[in-house]
Write a protein that binds this ligand. Structure first.
Ligand code: ITT
Ligand code: NA
Length: 199
């Protein structure tokens, strides 16, 4: 049976394939790119969970297959949780990771090390064509570096150093990142729910 990944972010697709693959789901994971006729959803929610559900429902309804979606972002303590749900468009247009990261570092230039706490958050949503829905979330806490370090991952990975780590997320191997990440936690938590509902 088919489970559609309601995302067009290739980095998320790669991470989700690894995380859900290891959780032993007996499903065929198909990226949203297999359905180019389905329009992108407007993320009008005010929480990660609302936006993840919007994306999952839209794809489940349009394709007739169960769909899972990820809405995620970086929440910075001294910015009151921003960029949060605006992480992908913090510097203007959607999805310019480097510009978003540069703007964030500029905004935090005067913030001392002891006040550079932040976390990644991920909401994992499952929607069935009949409207059934589930959503769970995961979090990775850490501190923000002053300069980007590392070539792995995507988005804000080069600046977030997880608690207990000396490396940034962009210096971790893909398996190391998935083992501790917001996305790993959220999708490992939703995997048994998918298994139960798709039985
Ligand atoms: P879809 O909506 O198609 O899934 P998107 O890239 O637009 O793809 P989001 O709206 O959820 O996804 O935006 C997530 C942003 O949050 C992303 O652009 C990154 O900047 C940041 N982000 C999310 N997860 C991250 C991670 O694991 N590492 C670094 N940055 C991350
Ligand atoms: Na979003």
């Amino acid at each position: 049976r088919r489970l559609v990944l309601a995302t067009r972010n290739v980095y998320k697709i790669t991470e989700l394939r690894a995380i859900l693959g290891e959780s032993g789901l007996d499903v065929e994971l198909v990226g949203a790119d297999a359905y180019p006729e389905v329009p992108d959803v407007k993320e009008t929610g005010v929480t990660f969970a609302e936006n993840a559900l919007l994306k999952a429902h839209a794809l489940a309804r349009a394709t007739g297959h169960p769909a899972i979606a990820d809405d995620s972002g970086l929440c910075v303590d001294v910015l009151g949780g921003a960029p949060g749900i605006f992480s992908a468009r913090w510097s203007g247009g959607h999805g310019n990771d480097r510009a978003n990261l540069d703007l964030l570092l500029a905004q935090l230039a005067d913030v001392p090390d002891e006040h550079r706490g932040a976390h990644f958050e991920c909401a994992a949503a499952l929607a069935l064509p009949d409207g059934t829905e589930r959503v769970v979330s995961g979090r990775l806490t850490g501190t923000l570096r002053r300069e980007p370090v590392g070539g792995g991952g995507f988005g804000y990975d080069p600046v977030l150093q997880p608690h207990g780590e000396t490396r940034t997320c962009a210096e971790l191997t893909p398996d190391e990142k998935n083992a501790i990440s917001h996305r790993g936690k959220a999708f490992r938590a939703i995997a048994p729910i998918v298994r139960e509902l798709l039985g």
